[in-house]
Design a binder for this molecule. Structure first.
Ligand code: ADP
Ligand code: MG
Ligand code: ZN
Length: 491
């Protein structure tokens, strides 16, 4: 069910800042060697460190730093040469140490931005910071043998980055587009799997309203842990309506943390500022500061892939692809890479680019959706697709025949020339055979021939279709059309 659009609030401006938690794609946890694999039996992936047994000491997983640096560089942040882990102290059953190791005063990245389109216009939203931290465990209710609660610590110590935006967002739609663009970049970088349902990409929204023209922001409310784009939009829309009502009624917004209830489409108060924790942050004594030196930065910079937006811009600028086609191709890095390889094999250039893109966006995407097989698993190699494009250009196979060839290649792989030969798809350019088919079609449709000749209606297209059908997919449509026009007398 789609949500009702936010009611217009002409007198008020909506202000939103997002805090995103993204799980980094490492095999092991941030401070121990335990696996990060999702879906294991509760507490299968734990050790003295992530169980917080006395005397166990954390050791930083260097890959976490590499992934955080990659993220920061891609988002235009200033990566800090020295950052510091800190203890964030609070008590909760899913946090066995009694504190979370996070970063506070000295995070790994400052600044940066996320670029995206909103209603066709380019937008940039500034980032405040990115820091590294460990995830907590999970309370499980009504799971224990006696129907009681338990704690699963598989997630405890799973590496996260928290990406904090400035309060630059001005609507629920914009927040959703920002979040989609950020997710696309993280997935593209292979630092995050983008899976909202499994909780590896989730967000808190800070929302406030103020009268238009007001100099200062209104008091913000923080909505915790939304795990879908739809919920984010619903939660913000609800919260904006609620806050406007309060302010309009002469009331004041209380700074608080709220929870979104997807069943009721409402946010509910969880705790107010007065009840807020004092986390008593202090530097983590068991971990040295994180040092990012120039060689590490240089390596990370050199390994940074071309990102989706610049890539789409290049496709439009250099290859003449439409914004729509370019956008579809960069929707998936594997798809864009496949396109690049096939185009290179076809010899490059805007004309070939359009043809290669059409195959990928049309036939191959259809087959991909049908089979659930991504570009990495396609049996049709980029070189084979390029060969199909060349064979169509050379007139060796018709467009319709090529479709069958591509489908066969997709399912079974192999060489386009061989598939054409094996399936009898070689295009018929032999005028004698085509002429016979043309004569048969014209003889079978005297009424249409009469209408066409009398000039009432141009039926050339109809006759071409009939002849092509008679020839299977094998007729050369150019030759068919030329012969028809000769026999029908112009047309
Ligand atoms: P906290 O730890 O209290 O959540 P952070 O600094 O981590 O504080 O996060 C603050 C978030 O709230 C940022 O995303 C920021 O952009 C946003 N924010 C700050 N002030 C406002 C406001 N008045 N309205 C909406 N969002 C705000
Ligand atoms: Mg917060
Ligand atoms: Zn562990």
């Amino acid at each position: 069910m789609e949500v009702t659009r936010a009611m217009p609030v002409p007198d008020y401006e909506v202000v939103i800042g997002l805090e995103v938690h993204a799980q980094l794609l490492t095999r092991s946890k941030i401070f121990c060697g335990c696996s990060t694999a999702f879906g294991a039996a509760p507490n299968a992936h734990v050790c003295p460190v992530c169980l917080a047994l006395p005397g166990a000491l954390p050791v930083l997983n260097r890959q976490v730093v590499e992934l955080a640096v990659r993220t920061g560089l891609a988002l235009g942040c200033v990566v800090q040469p020295r950052s510091v882990f800190a203890r964030k102290n609070y008590f909760y059953p899913d946090l066995p140490k009694g504190y979370q190791i996070s970063q506070y005063e000295a995070p790994i990245c400052l600044g940066g931005e996320v670029a995206f389109d909103l209603d066709g216009a380019a937008r940039r939203v500034r980032l405040t910071r990115i820091h590294m931290e460990e995830d907590a465990g999970k309370n499980l209710h009504e799971v224990a043998v006696d129907g009681g609660s338990g704690v699963d610590l598989n997630r405890a110590g799973v590496p996260l980055v928290e990406i904090v935006s400035e309060p630059d967002l001005r609507s629920a739609e914009e927040a959703v587009e920002y979040l989609k663009a950020l997710r696309a970049v993280l997935v593209w970088l292979e630092v995050n799997d983008g899976n909202l349902e499994e909780g590896s990409f989730r967000c808190d929204a800070n929302v406030s309203v103020r009268r238009r023209g007001a100099a200062r922001y209104g008091t913000r409310v923080e909505i915790k842990n939304m795990n879908s784009f739809r919920f984010l939009r619903q939660a913000i829309d609800f919260e904006v309506r609620r806050q406007v009502e309060v302010v309009d009624g002469g009331g004041e917004i209380v700074q608080e943390t709220r929870l979104f209830d997807p069943d009721r489409g409402e946010t509910r108060s969880m705790r107010s500022k007065e009840e807020a924790q004092d986390y008593r942050y202090f530097p983590e004594p068991d971990l040295p500061p994180v040092l990012v030196d120039e060689p590490l930065l240089a390596r990370a910079r050199a390994a940074l892939p071309e990102l989706p937006r610049p890539r789409a811009a290049r496709y439009q600028r250099d290859l003449g692809l439409s914004p729509y086609d370019a956008g579809l191709l960069v929707g998936d890095r594997a798809l864009a890479d496949y396109f690049d390889r096939a185009l290179a094999a076809a010899g490059g250039g805007p004309e070939r680019a359009k043809k290669v893109a059409n195959w990928i966006i049309g036939e191959l995407s259809r087959l991909m959706n049908e089979t659930g097989r991504g570009p990495a698993d396609w049996k049709v190699t980029p070189a084979a697709l390029a060969e199909v494009v060349r064979l169509v250009e050379a007139g060796a196979v018709s467009g319709a025949g090529a479709k069958q060839v591509v489908e066969a290649l997709f399912r079974e792989g192999g060489d386009p020339g061989a598939v054409i030969a094996l399936r009898g798809l070689a295009q018929l350019s032999d005028a004698g055979a085509i002429e016979a088919a043309v004569d048969r079609v014209l003889a079978a449709s005297p009424a249409e021939v009469e209408r066409h000749r009398s000039g009432k209606k141009d039926l050339t297209g109809f006759f071409v279709g009939q002849v092509m059908k008679a020839l299977g997919a094998a007729g050369n449509p150019g030759v068919v059309r030329a012969l028809l026009q000769k026999k029908l007398g112009g047309g």
